[in-house]
Design a protein around this ligand. Structure first.
Ligand SMILES: [Fe+2]
Ligand SMILES: [Fe+2]
Length: 137
């Protein structure tokens, strides 16, 4: 069964940084959010772990880009990555503790909102800096 994607995810498709690899990773992340939101309770834990694994690998790529280009706000950008990973760990714990409803609210509302904001600000500025050496737009 294919679940209807959360409406907030559809909006995120419009967000592009202009870096093909990063943007493809972001689309893959949207798919993983949708899959997790559509997973039944028995599969929710595994879907959350896939989501987390994808993010860890993706954040490592952004770390490399920031290090290679000496991005001035790298610490701030990394801090936001760490915060969302900690939030996903809380969702994993909620699910393991028998509260999948809290996890679904996180997946359908909180995480997509974070994602859209993060990509449109920190990721977009990072890619712009990597290409131009200029902060901002
Ligand atoms: Fe990203
Ligand atoms: Fe990022």
């Amino acid at each position: 069964m294919v679940a209807k994607p959360p409406s907030s995810m559809a909006a995120s498709i419009a967000v592009a940084t202009g870096d093909a690899i990063i943007d493809a990773d972001h689309v893959a992340f949207e798919v993983l959010i949708d899959e997790a939101a559509a997973a039944d309770d028995a599969r929710l834990g595994a879907a959350l772990k896939r989501l987390r694994r994808h993010l860890v690998e993706h954040f490592e790529q952004e770390d490399v880009m920031m290090a290679e280009t000496r991005f001035p706000a790298a610490g701030f950008h990394r801090g936001d990555h760490e915060k969302v990973l900690a939030r996903i760990d809380r969702a994993i714990a909620d699910n393991a503790g028998g509260n999948p409803r809290a996890v679904r609210t996180f997946l359908e509302d909180e995480l997509p909102v974070w994602f859209v904001g993060h990509v449109a600000t920190l990721d977009a500025v990072t890619v712009h800096w990597a290409r131009t050496g200029v902060l901002g737009f």
